[in-house]
Design a protein around this ligand. Structure first.
Ligand code: 3PG
Length: 219
């Protein structure tokens, strides 16, 4: 089944990353600045969200300029955006939530996919459709660590990328859960640093995030 191969690729990509920065940019220069700061800090995978007019252009530009940087498109809300993101070179796609029509369209996307879900029923629906790697969003608001721990017992095959409300202080605890493949968040790329061009703070916070991955996973 094609979807299980893609989902294995998703799991491999997210496990290697450990932490997935969730980024929104207003200009191409901001996109370049953030990407370089994250790379220097040791985080080579990002979710670039489609929340600003420049996002699709930024995706295509970064893929051309930094071909080895893994760039996912985030906040993918429509079927049209799936094709546009793939056309722009997205390495993977992320949704904040996944209604059935999107799940069906994502199942045939030619790149790895991280579909979002917020409840056990939504997660089980995605699992039934072949997605065993999902984004739990908004993680801290829907139960955080307690929910992730509770899900492990009935569905240990489900691998999660919790995102939403996770901080530098809480990331390690999330990442240490056996059913967490990666932790997503914007704490290393807050809008005010991006808008101020504070690449040093982004690089340093990214470096500490990369250290959290090494500490929890070893290596
Ligand atoms: C997302 O879309 O995944 C979130 O905006 C990231 O959540 P955070 O800003 O609370 O880390």
């Amino acid at each position: 089944m094609i979807i299980s191969k893609r989902q294995q690729q998703t799991e491999d990509l997210l496990s290697r990353a450990g932490i997935l920065p969730v980024v929104a940019v207003d200009t191409l220069d901001q996109a370049r600045g953030v990407a370089n700061a994250l790379l220097e800090g040791g985080l080579p995978v990002i979710e670039l969200t489609l929340r600003t007019p420049v996002a699709m252009d930024a995706l295509a530009t970064l893929k051309k300029e930094l071909p080895d940087f893994a760039i996912g498109a985030g906040t993918v809300l429509t079927i049209d955006q799936i094709g546009q993101c793939v056309g722009a070179g997205a390495d993977f796609l992320v949704t904040p939530g996944t209604p059935t029509h999107m799940a069906e369209a994502l199942a045939s996307a030619p790149v790895p996919v991280i579909p979002g879900a917020a409840s056990p029923t939504e997660l089980l629906t995605l699992l039934h459709l072949g997605f065993h790697v999902c984004k739990l969003f908004p993680a801290s608001a829907v139960g955080g660590l307690a929910m992730i721990r509770a899900l492990h017992s009935p569905v240990p095959q489900l691998k999660l990328c919790p995102t939403g409300g996770i901080t530098e202080a809480s990331a390690a605890q999330y990442l240490a859960q056996p059913n967490v493949v990666c932790v997503g968040g914007s704490w290393m790329v807050p809008r005010q640093w991006i808008q101020a061009g504070d690449w040093t703070s982004i690089r340093d916070t990214a470096a500490r995030a990369a250290q959290i991955v090494s500490q929890v996973r070893g290596g």
